[in-house]
Design a protein around this ligand. Sequence first.
Ligand code: ACO
Length: 448
Amino acid sequence: PKNVGILAVEIYFPPTCLQQEALEAHDGASKGKYTIGLGQDCMGFCTEVEDVISMSLTAVTSLLEKYAIDPKQIGRLEVGSETVIDKSKSIKTFLMQIFEKSGNTDIEGVDSTNACYGGTAALFNCVNWVESSSWDGRYGLVVCTDSAVYAEGAARPTGGAAAIAMLVGPDAPIVFESKIRASHMAHVYDFYKPILDSEYPVVDGKLSQTCYLMALDSCYKSLCNKYEKLEGKQFSIDDAAYFVFHSPYNKLVQKSTARLMFNDFTRNASSIDESTKEKLAPFSSLTGDESYQSRDLEKTSWQVAKPFYDEKVKPATLIPKQVGNMYTASLYAAFASLLHNKHSSLAGQRVVLFSYGSGLTATMFSLKLHEGQHPFNLSNIATVMNIEEKLKSRHEFTPENFIETMKIMEHRYGGKDFVTSKDCSLLAPGTYYLTEVDSKYRRFYAKK
Ligand code: ACO
C-alpha cells in the first residue's frame, strides 16, 4: 500500500465548559494568570453523564456514519488513553459494541497507555499494520480519549476533555513521512498517577515543563540529523509549513516555538536571519541546563519567534485553547484545528508534530498533506468535524457548578451501584452517555 496515513478525522468534546476568566476570579488568582499566563481561554469537562468511554463511542459512531463506513471494513482498532476506568478491560472492548452489532468481531488492537503519548503509539501501530504483511486490506481506526482533571490548585485550570477518532489506510490525504521521525524516552517522575483510587495525577509542574522542553530539543536535534543524512541537506524550521505541539496549555506551546528557533540558532541554520542572530548571540555560550533556566533567553527567543508562531503554530492552537489539555487527544485536537483553519491551502505542505507523554515518552514526526479524493479530502474532513459549530453550541458553567461536578466525579470514581441523572439535555443528538454502573461495576450507556 502507498501513501499510508489518516483518511478521516472526527472530534468530540463535551458541550459543558468553563471560562478561564471566571475560574481565575473564583480562585483569587491575579487577573490574566490563566488567560495570559497559561494562555488558555476556556476549559471543557465531562459531567456525571459523560466519560472517556461515552466520548469515544460518540466519536467512533459519528465518524463511521458521516463517512458511510461499514463497521465490517475496520480490521484494527487502537485506543490511546491515560484515563483509567478499568485496570484490565480495555476501552477498545467497550467500543466493540459498535462492531459486534454488524457481525464484525475480527478486529485487532487494544489500548496503549503512557500519559499523553498513548494516542501516538496507537496511531503508529495502525499505520505500521497497514504497511505490514499482516494487513488484510481493511481500515485501521485510532481513538484518543481522555478526561484531564486535576485536584484543586495550580494545575486545575489545565484540565480538559475530548475524544478523537482517526481512520487510517492507504491513499490518504495525510501521509506519514515515516523516515522523518525521532523519539526521546526516559525515566522521570514529572507527572504520574500512582494513587489508584483517584483520577487526579501527582504532578511536579515545573519539572514537567522542563522535561517537555528537553524532550522537544532532543527530538528536534535527532530529527534534523536523520533528515540531513537522508536528504544530504540541513533541516530547519523553514522546511515545514506548520508545527503542531502537544498542548497542555498554550504558554508551553509558545515556549516550544521559541525553543525550536533557539535550536536553529545554535545549529547555525539558514532559517535564522542576521538580526535574530544578533539578538540571540548573548545566549550562545549557555549550557543546556542553563538555557532552560534563563528567563532572559526565554524572553528574547519568544520576541524573535513571535512572527514564526503567528504564521506556523497559531493555526493549530484553536481547540487546545478553547477546550484545554485533552491528554492523548491534545496533539490531534491541535492538528484538527490546523485542518479547520487551513484546509484549503494545506495540499503539498509538510507539517511536523510533537507528541509528549510524561514519564516520559516523546516523538517528533512529519506528515505530508495532499488534497485527497472525496470523501477523504482535506476540505471534507474540515466540514465533517464542524468545529466552529461544536465550539459555539457549548454551555458555560459557573466555577461553583464546575467544582460541584468535580466533587460528584471524585465520589463516583471507582464506584459501583449508582444510576446517573441520565440528564442528556445539554448533549447533541447522537451523543452517548452513562446511565448506570451496577453492583458488579458494569457500565451501561445510552445514545441520545
Ligand atoms: N498575568 C499574566 N501572566 C501571569 C500572571 C498574570 N496575572 N500571573 C502569573 N502569570 C504567568 C507566570 O509568569 C507564568 O508564566 P511563565 O511560565 O512564562 O513564567 C505562568 O503565568 C504560570 O504561572 P506560575 O506561577 O509559573 O505557575 P503555576 O503555579 O500557575 O503552575 C503549571 C502552572 C505548572 C503549568 C500548572 O498549571 C501545572 O502543574 N499543570 C499541569 C502540568 C502540565 O500540564 N505540564 C505540562 C507537560 S505534562 C502534561 O501534558 C500533563
